[in-house]
Design a protein around this ligand. Structure first.
Ligand code: UDP
Ligand code: MG
Length: 315
């Protein structure tokens, strides 16, 4: 029987955590009872530097229930790092990562496990309905997935970070040393046989999103710039295209001058200068973005730092 580790990243989730703990506990108990997973299976609550009562709730839960363990990170490192920390720090045969806000259906974990027993190494949780998300989130997500596809980034449509992986798939993930984490694109890169499990995403029942627009946009840009060099190619292409066009333009000006001797107007000159400055700044910006990534990667700073571990005793 497989030892399962359920990893939940938690950041200021005091309003919902007790409810999540209850639901996860009953799920795990049921899976142990029906002999789907080993009794040594664990639910790991990763406290990603919360400043509310999340840490207290985790500590109390771990103290009274041996199926729970906790990981306190030394500060807020972000969702992606919290997930990775959880998977790195606990030993198990199978790992599943799921948000602490119960938006992803915990009961799908059983279905995912079935796929693992069928021989798959990675099982992606895919959202079918997104009616609970706002119109903006839904539309921007759809456009974003399309853009990623055009840019050649391989990710599973409508899959976030609700995912089950075997130990060997997680070990493969550890070989990717990147600092700019975007797990949903790294996991397909690691390979292995994968399957999908579909579920309806529900609304957050308590607390509010820890992903404000700015953070979401940063993650979205990570997804593009970590996995695609097409934006850089586009700059080169644009450079070529504009050189070509300006050659034609130059030819045209010389022709006009030789025919009628007219001086090309001030307005068109200013227009051209403005357009070209814009293009140059944009190109520099894109190059700068990639340079910034290299800057972050070469420093090799740790992705997370563990402050303390609770209830890892028999691990
Ligand atoms: N989270 C985290 N660190 C952060 C932000 C979020 O560990 O810096 C956790 C959060 O507690 C939740 C999950 O990541 O369990 C997803 O966050 P959220 O539900 O706020 O994102 P949304 O579903 O709105 O995209
Ligand atoms: Mg959520």
């Amino acid at each position: 029987m497989l030892k399962l580790a359920i990893v939940l990243p938690c950041y200021n989730e005091e309003e919902i955590l007790s409810q999540t703990i209850k639901r996860m506990k009953s799920l795990l108990t049921q899976m142990i009872k029906t002999k789907q997973v080993a009794s040594a299976s664990k639910i790991l609550l990763v406290n990603d530097g919360s400043c509310d009562k999340t840490a207290d709730i985790i500590r109390r839960t771990c103290a009274k229930d041996k199926h729970f363990c906790g990981l306190n990170l030394s500060r807020n490192f972000g969702h992606q790092s919290a997930i990775l920390a959880g998977m790195n720090e606990i030993e198990a045969d199978v790992y599943v990562t799921i948000d602490a806000d119960l938006q992803d259906n915990p009961e799908s974990i059983m279905e995912m496990l079935g796929k693992i027993y069928e021989g798959y190494d990675v099982v992606y949780g895919v959202r079918t309905l997104r009616n609970t998300d706002s119109w903006f989130k839904r539309t921007s997500a759809t456009l974003y997935y399309k853009l990623l596809k055009i840019l050649g980034v391989n990710i599973v449509y409508n899959h976030a970070d609700f995912r089950m992986m075997t130990k060997r798939a997680v070990d493969a993930l550890k070989q990717f040393p990147e600092r700019n984490l975007f797990l949903r694109a790294i996991v397909p890169l690691a390979g292995f046989k994968s399957a999908k499990v579909y579920y309806d995403r529900s609304a957050r029942s308590a607390g509010e999103t820890k992903y404000p627009l700015v953070k979401m946009m940063a993650l979205a840009w990570n997804g593009i710039s970590n996995f695609s060099i097409i934006p850089l190619r586009f700059v080169t292409f644009m450079g070529f295209a504009i050189c070509f066009i300006s050659l034609f333009f130059l030819g045209f000006i010389i022709y006009r001058w030789s025919v009628s001797g007219t001086i090309v107007g001030w307005a068109s000159l200013v227009t051209i200068i403005t357009i070209f400055s814009g293009v140059q700044l944009l190109s520099l910006g894109i190059i700068g973005e990639y340079l910034a990534k290299v800057f972050v990667e070469v420093k090799k700073r740790p992705l997370y730092i563990v402050e303390s571990k609770i209830g890892f005793g028999d691990n």
